[in-house]
Design a protein around this ligand. Structure first.
Ligand SMILES: Nc1ncnc2c1ncn2[C@@H]1O[C@H](COP(=O)(O)OP(=O)(O)O)[C@@H](O)[C@H]1O
Ligand SMILES: [Mg+2]
Length: 239
């Protein structure tokens, strides 16, 4: 199976070369766990490798994404300017519509951005898609509707050969009973917890599922540094 670099060399090594090409991988985790930064590494490396990328941003403005990436040494601006990268402004559409509705006296009622419509409009020469964060779409849907949405968008993206990272916050993942983990081709979980030996808080990455890939079930410890994500070791070697 062809692989696409994750943008994090230690993760590529763990996944036999990278994310399975043309498939959708789910990335879940608590707030601050590093999900958005994982996505930025993937986008940046794909751009450097000449791929056409789309970032669907539901939680941050494009400017915030560019700034965060830049701080980590991942300069996305030239690619945005050249059109090799597109950032979909879902965050602004979502919050502006909520604000408008509140002003009109309807309360904070959002005319939800239709993710399915957005996905249908993705040009078929797109190689890489990051949707950060899918969780906002889960909030006013039944679990069944959400599963259908995920299955439909992963089918459409697979049909045009996109390798997709579906970022989803832990709260929405719990609310939907982790259903997205069944639909996705692979699942990566980020978390923070106290090291039982040292009492120090550490960041962990777990890869419970990656179809067609031999994976180690050990947790990996990682850091977020000024150069982005550094995965150091599996827990089996630590302590
Ligand atoms: N330049 C940096 N150096 C060290 N840590 C950073 C830096 N930039 C961001 N971080 C860490 O990354 C965390 C945010 O990661 P992010 O990917 O946005 O989380 P998530 O999307 O899972 O909520 C911050 O809480 C901070 O701890
Ligand atoms: Mg985030």
């Amino acid at each position: 199976m062809e692989r696409i670099s994750t943008g994090i060399s230690e993760l590529d090594a763990k996944l036999s070369g990278g994310y399975p090409k043309g498939r959708a991988i789910l990335l879940t985790g608590t707030p601050g766990a590093g999900k958005t930064i994982f996505g930025l590494h993937f986008i940046w490396k794909s751009l450097v490798d000449g791929k056409k990328c789309l970032h669907i941003a539901t939680e941050e403005s494009p400017e915030d994404i560019l700034v965060q990436a830049e701080i980590l040494g991942l300069d996305l601006r030239p690619y945005l300017d050249s059109g090799q990268l597109r950032i979909e402004r879902v965050f602004e559409i979502r919050t502006e519509s909520a604000e408008m509705s509140a002003q009109l006296g309807f309360g904070f009622e959002t005319t939800d951005v239709d993710l399915l419509d957005q996905v249908k409009l993705i040009p078929d020469d797109t190689d890489v898609v990051v949707i950060d964060n899918m969780g906002v779409f889960a909030l006013n849907m039944s679990v069944k509707e959400f599963r259908d949405l995920i299955d439909t968008i992963t089918r459409i993206l697979a049909s045009i050969g996109c390798t997709t990272l579906l970022v989803m916050d832990e709260a929405a993942n719990n609310l939907t009973h982790g259903i997205a983990e069944y639909s996705a081709y692979g699942s990566i979980k980020l978390m923070m917890k106290d090291n039982p030996y040292t009492g120090v808080r550490e960041r962990y990455m777990d890869v419970p599922k990656m179809r067609s890939t031999e994976i180690s079930l050990e947790l990996s410890v990682f850091n977020i540094t000024s150069e982005g994500i550094r995965i150091h070791k599996s827990t089996a070697n630590s302590g």
